[in-house]
Ligand binder design. Structure first.
Ligand code: CA
Ligand code: CA
Length: 199
């Protein structure tokens, strides 16, 4: 993971982290992956949990390593391999690069489809965020917990597995306190971009 971080931060290890331009340049120029500015923007802000405009090492590691603890530990325990290498094009073998590209492409597609759903919710259904929040917050606590979402979905005859419920909460819960407050909820359902078209 430290090699991946070096690749994206473009060896500027004294920087606060990876910024949006680093991300764009690395994906486009180094990985040769066509990507639009909107796509860069959307994945950048998904990973930048604290919203400081940089991907820190831990933010990147959380987004790039597997959820399963065993695999995450395995990836995290690997040391850097390209210590003295100064040419970023030499980072990672062909197959690893292809995996990284597939991951980034999949990540983009997933986030773009979520964005389209956000736009549909806000534009077509004209959902009022405060009403939606009240509807989910069953005992008017002022925040949502996993059980609120579970019960709401049950009411719609939907029974997602625990892991998916957890991922859903995690998507909204920027402060990582396992609850979703009103601001987090509004941010989570508000579209990022205005330029995307919902086909
Ligand atoms: Ca950050
Ligand atoms: Ca929270």
């Amino acid at each position: 993971m430290c090699d991946a971080y070096k690749l994206f931060v473009q060896l500027q290890m004294d920087k606060r982290g990876i910024d949006c331009d680093d991300l764009h340049a690395t994906i486009r120029d180094n990985l040769d992956l066509p990507i639009t500015k909107d796509e860069v923007f959307i994945i950048f802000y998904k990973v930048d949990k604290d919203g400081d405009g940089f991907w820190s090492f831990s933010e990147m590691s959380d987004a790039f390593t597997p959820r399963e603890t065993e695999y995450k530990t395995l990836v995290d325990s690997r040391g850097g391999f390209y210590g003295g290498e100064s040419d970023l094009k030499n980072y990672f073998e062909g197959e690893t690069r292809e995996c990284l590209k597939r991951f980034i492409r999949g990540f983009c597609e997933c986030e773009i489809s979520v964005e389209l759903i956000r736009q549909r919710i806000m534009n077509k259904l004209a959902v009022k965020p405060d009403m939606a929040f009240k509807c989910l917050d069953r005992d008017s606590k002022g925040y949502l917990v996993i059980n609120d979402v579970r019960e709401f979905l049950r009411g719609q005859n939907m029974y997602p597995i625990e892991k998916n419920l957890g991922l859903l909460i995690e998507r909204f819960d920027k402060s990582e306190d396992d609850t979703v407050d009103y601001d987090e909820f509004v941010t989570g359902i508000t579209p990022f971009l205005s330029g995307l078209t919902d086909n």
